[in-house]
Structures are given as C-alpha cells and as structure tokens.
Design a protein around this ligand. Structure first.
Ligand code: B4P
Length: 191
C-alpha cells in the first residue's frame, strides 16, 4: 500500500488533484474536509458541533479527524493505497497518522506540497464561493484566517515530512493538467 499526503494551503488544489490521482492509481481518496462537510449536511451531532468552527476557518479538534481517518483505514480493502487530502493539518495529526500506519505495517511514502501564493489562493476561493455554497469561501476575512491558520499550525508539518525524507515541493500554479503531471512524476518514483 502506498500512502501519499496531498499537502498545501487552503485552495491550493489538494481536493482537485487528489480526485484524479486516486482514480489513476486506484488509491482511496480520504478528504477530511469532505468527511466533515458530509457530517454538516446530514446535521449529525458531530456536524452541528463542528459547523461554527469550520465557518470561522478554524481547525476542528485533532481527535475528531484522527478517529475519522482511523475508521476509514480499517474498513478499506482492494486499493493500492491512500491519498490523504487535507490531513494531517497539525504536527499532532501527523504523529497520530504515523503511529496508525506503523501499527498496520505501513508508512507515509510521499508528501506532495503544493505551493501557491496568497493572491492566487484568495482568487480561487472567491471564485469557488460562487458555486460551492461553502460558508468558509464566502468571506474574505475568513479566507485570510484560513491562510493564517495554515501558516501557523499546518506549515510546520512540512518540516516533519522533510525530516522523514518524504516531502516534495511542487509548483501549484499552472493549469490543472500541468500540475497533475508534476504530481504524477513524483508518485512514479515510489510505486
Ligand atoms: P478542506 O476541505 O481541506 O478545504 P480547502 O483546503 O479549502 O481545499 P483544497 O486545497 O482541497 O482546494 P481545492 O482543490 O478545492 O478544508 C475545509 C475546512 O475543514 C478547514 O478549514 C477546517 O475547518 C476543516 N478541516 C478539514 N480537514 C481538517 C483537519 N485535518 N483538521 C482540522 N480541521 C480540518 O481548490 C480550490 C479551488 O481552486 C477550486 O475551486 C478549484 O476548482 C480551483 N483550482 C484548483 N486547481 C486550480 C488551478 N490549477 N488553477 C486555477 N484554479 C484551480
């Protein structure tokens, strides 16, 4: 099993690229953002608790997302690996993932870090707001907060990936196809 982390700031294209990478390589696409939005849409107890946090662009508690991911890993069969999209988002989540994988005789094989400047991120999320209906895309102040939370809490995970020798920096500006090709080149090195 190959485990790929799709990493980058909000709006950098993690979700966009993870879907096609998962199709191409028969990976399971695990997006913690999608899982949480599904809880919101179904108005579950968990969803109701997380709604305000997500609308403000803050991170939901580590234990919530770690439990979601552990459940998915344990109930998946027939895949060549996982593409983790938007997880881990804190060093604590990264440590939890590493332990989870170790227990199951797996490891993080690759961490693909999409680099996109803040002006481009703002532009993409504001465009997405017109079609997504996402509360966290609709407001410039919330988008700025999401970028700030990324810099403060999530970016340190790159150092974690560097130390493990798995981090690869990828230019996230260009057409979706160009970026896809850049990502595939890296994945081919670990297959
Ligand atoms: P996510 O769902 O992970 O949202 P995201 O970071 O905004 O999206 P992504 O980077 O995937 O962007 P996309 O491909 O869609 O998180 C949402 C919230 O959930 C978080 O703020 C947090 O509250 C919570 N959460 C999720 N995971 C968590 C965790 N592990 N711990 C704690 N909390 C967590 O691309 C964005 C837009 O750009 C799209 O419209 C796309 O069409 C466009 N685009 C993509 N590539 C492009 C390109 N090359 N050129 C132009 N546009 C492009």
């Amino acid at each position: 099993m190959i485990n790929v982390l799709m990493f980058g700031p909000p709006g950098s294209g993690k979700g966009t690229q993870s879907v096609t990478l998962a199709e191409k390589y028969n990976f399971l696409h695990l997006s913690t953002g999608d899982m949480l939005r599904a809880e919101l849409a179904a108005a579950t107890e968990l969803g109701k608790k997380m709604e305000a946090i997500m609308a403000a662009g803050e991170l939901v508690p580590d234990d919530v997302v770690i439990a979601m991911i552990a459940h998915k890993i344990d109930t998946t069969t027939g895949r060549a690996g996982f593409v983790f999209d938007g997880f881990p988002r804190t060093v604590e989540q990264a440590e939890a993932l590493e332990k989870m994988l170790e227990k199951r005789k797996m490891k993080i094989d690759l961490m693909l870090v999409l680099e996109v400047n803040d002006a481009e991120l703002m532009d993409r999320m504001q465009k997405r707001a017109m079609v997504s209906g996402r509360a966290d895309d609709a407001d410039e102040a919330v988008i700025n907060n999401r970028i700030a939370v990324y810099r403060a809490k999530t970016e340190p995970v790159i150092e974690y990936g560097r130390r493990a020798g798995v981090a690869r920096i990828v230019n996230g500006v260009g057409t979706i196809d160009q970026i896809f090709a850049r990502l595939c080149n890296h994945i081919e090195t670990v297959l």
